[in-house]
Design a protein around this ligand. Structure first.
Ligand code: UD1
Ligand code: CA
Length: 455
């Protein structure tokens, strides 16, 4: 068991953003969520998150997590951040796992390995290190005859020290009762005038405490997000890992370079993902489907087996098996579409329930509607659900096997009876009984003398 500390108070000025760094998103999930999701798999008595910049935003985001927040009013460095929990951990006498809140790719397995390494070897201080081809920006591990003497921040390194490729990953284990004395001794006489947590290493060395690093083979895991390029790299690396796993599980990804799929997606074998497909949040796709090209799906969403979605956007909706969607369909939030449904080009569906075997093949809007089995929506049908003056929305029900003619308008609220037909070009404002043809348009007239007709 450990207590865990997440350092998340910094603004992230190198991102040049109005938003605090740890709330920047990767696959629509804030950086801090990635870290907390990995931490959820580490046996921890308590997770304490040090927040400062945009405290309210970060704190309210953290309501969804079982964590304690501690305020670091002024951000005077990572060492100063850790000092903010001294009161909170006053009586604590165990291991503290500390992690920078800006390392979203860190895996639970790695964190558990570090804790085990630390505790098995009865260390006072341990941390993750790795060797980077381009170590710029990271703290370097300074060694003498193999022994760790210090961590030196990039900006404080000499030219020779800057050549060192072994870097500090920003994940540490401390024996709290041993190390807290060192925290009070940290100074800020350095290039950034900050209280560096990393200076604790030199202090621990001077006191003869047991220090060791745990070297990680995969350096990408500890990538800290400091600027927009790091953010983009983290996206890319996380995506590659996701696509790799999907392919291992029998999904065909035709072009990994243009396909982005969240790790929260679950895709069945023999599904083919065509180029330019983007899937975020929890999206479940059944086996044997074809998604893309040029398709985006924002979860939570579900798509049944043997479906086809071409060149379309789906958001927070579920579709049953054998759905045939697009090209250029827009399935908006709250749509619940059953099996064997066809939604064709330039059709928008919003917050509507479509039972089995419905079809809306062309140029339609279906909003706040319930379509029972086998309804056919003619080209250009519009469900007029919205009262612009009041902002109210009204519901329409179209019963089984009814159909609407081309260019018909159903003014909600309205109910169309089973197996009824709406004639093309109708504007329907009254309920239509079952088995009825409703015609609501001027009659066609033929006038032979056009001069007479004008008068
Ligand atoms: C830090 C390490 C560096 C390491 C790198 C790994 C220090 C001094 N340096 O550098 O050795 O190689 O991480 O990614 O620790 N934070 C606070 N309060 C503060 C300052 C920072 O909570 O006053 C938080 C930030 O929000 C961030 C984390 O601490 O999540 C790390 O801070 P950052 O400024 O990104 O440190 P680096 O320069 O990356
Ligand atoms: Ca960082």
């Amino acid at each position: 068991m450990v207590k865990t500390l997440v350092l998340a108070a910094g603004m992230g000025s190198r991102l040049k953003s109005e938003k605090v760094k740890v709330l920047h998103r990767i696959f629509d999930k804030p950086i801090l969520s990635w870290v907390l999701e990995s931490l959820a798999e580490v046996a921890s008595e308590e997770i304490i998150v040090v927040c400062g910049h945009q405290y309210e935003a970060v704190e309210s985001f953290l309501h969804a997590y079982p964590v304690t927040t501690v305020l670091q009013e002024e951000q005077l460095g990572t060492g100063h951040a850790v000092r903010q929990v001294e009161d909170h951990l006053d009586d604590y006498d165990g291991t503290v796992l500390i992690i920078n809140g800006d390392s979203p790719l860190i895996r639970a397995e790695t964190l558990n390995q570090l804790v085990k390494f630390h505790q098995d070897n009865i260390l006072d201080m341990s941390f993750l290190s790795c060797n980077l081809e381009h170590p710029d920006g990271y703290g370097r591990i300074i060694r003498k005859d193999g022994r760790i003497l210090a961590i030196k921040e990039d900006k404080d390194c000499s030219e020779a020290e800057r050549q060192i490729k072994e870097v500090n990953a920003g994940v540490y284990c401390f024996e709290w009762s041993t190390i807290k004395e060192g925290l009070s001794k940290l100074g800020n006489d350095n290039a950034q005038e900050e209280y560096y947590l990393t200076d604790l290493v030199a202090w621990a060395y001077s006191q003869g405490h047991e220090i060791a690093s745990f070297n990680l083979a995969n350096p990408y895991e500890v990538l800290g997000v400091n600027n927009r390029e790091d953010l983009s790299l983290v996206w890319k690396l996380q995506n590659e890992a996701n696509l790799h796993e999907l392919m291992q599980n029998g999904v065909t990804i035709v072009d990994p370079a243009t396909t982005f799929i969240s790790p929260d997606a679950d895709i069945g074998p023999d599904t083919v993902i065509l180029p330019n497909t983007y899937i975020q949040r929890r999206v479940v796709i059944g086996r044997g489907s074809t998604i893309g090209p040029n398709t985006s799906i924002f979860g939570p969403a579900e798509i049944g087996e043997n479906s086809t979605v071409i060149q379309s956007h789906i958001s927070r909706s579920s579709l049953g098996a054998k759905a045939n969607i697009g090209p250029f369909a827009h399935i908006r939030d709250g749509s619940d579409i059953n099996e064997n449904v066809r939604i064709g080009s330039f059709v928008e569906v919003k917050n509507s329930a479509l039972a089995d075997d419905c079809a809306a093949a062309h140029l339609s809007y279906i909003g706040d509607a319930k379509l029972k089995t086998g309804v056919n929506i003619g080209a250009g049908t519009v469900v007029a659900n919205y009262d612009h003056r009041t902002g109210d929305k009204y519901e329409t029900t179209i019963n089984a096997n009814a159909s609407t003619g081309a260019n018909s308008v159903l003014v909600s609220p309205i109910e169309i009876g089973e197996a009824s037909m709406i004639a093309a070009g109708s504007v329907v404002t009254k309920d239509v009984p079952a088995d009825t043809l409703a015609i609501a348009r001027p009659k066609q007239e033929h006038k032979t003398n056009r001069v007479v007709a004008k008068n």
